[in-house]
Design a protein around this ligand. Structure first.
Ligand code: SF4
Length: 71
C-alpha cells in the first residue's frame, strides 16, 4: 500500500522493525537490533525497534522519527 512507502522511498510494509512492532515480536526486535547495530556501527537496542511506519501515525524508530534528513 502506498501509505507504507516512506518519504525516503523505503518500503515500511516489509520493514522488519514495523513487522516486529505490528506482531509484538520480541525475538525479531532482538534480531533487528543486532543486525542494525552491526550495519550502522552504533548500538541499537531492542527497545528502539518500535515503528508503525514513516507516514503512519504512532511510534517511529529513533532514526526515522528525528534523525532522517529526508523526513
Ligand atoms: S519508518 Fe519505520 S517502518 Fe519505515 S523504514 Fe523506518 S523503521 Fe522501518
Amino acid at each position: 500500500m502506498k501509505k507504507y512507502i516512506a518519504y525516503c522511498g523505503l518500503d515500511c510494509e516489509t520493514c522488519e522493525a514495523r513487522l516486529a512492532t505490528a506482531n509484538n515480536d520480541e525475538a525479531l526486535r532482538r534480531e533487528v537490533a543486532k543486525k542494525w547495530s552491526e550495519l550502522n556501527g552504533v548500538q541499537i537496542t531492542p527497545e528502539m525497534i518500535n515503528c508503525n511506519g514513516c507516514r503512519i501515525d504512532g511510534v517511529k524508530s529513533p532514526y526515522c522519527s528525528s534523525l532522517c534528513p529526508i523526513r
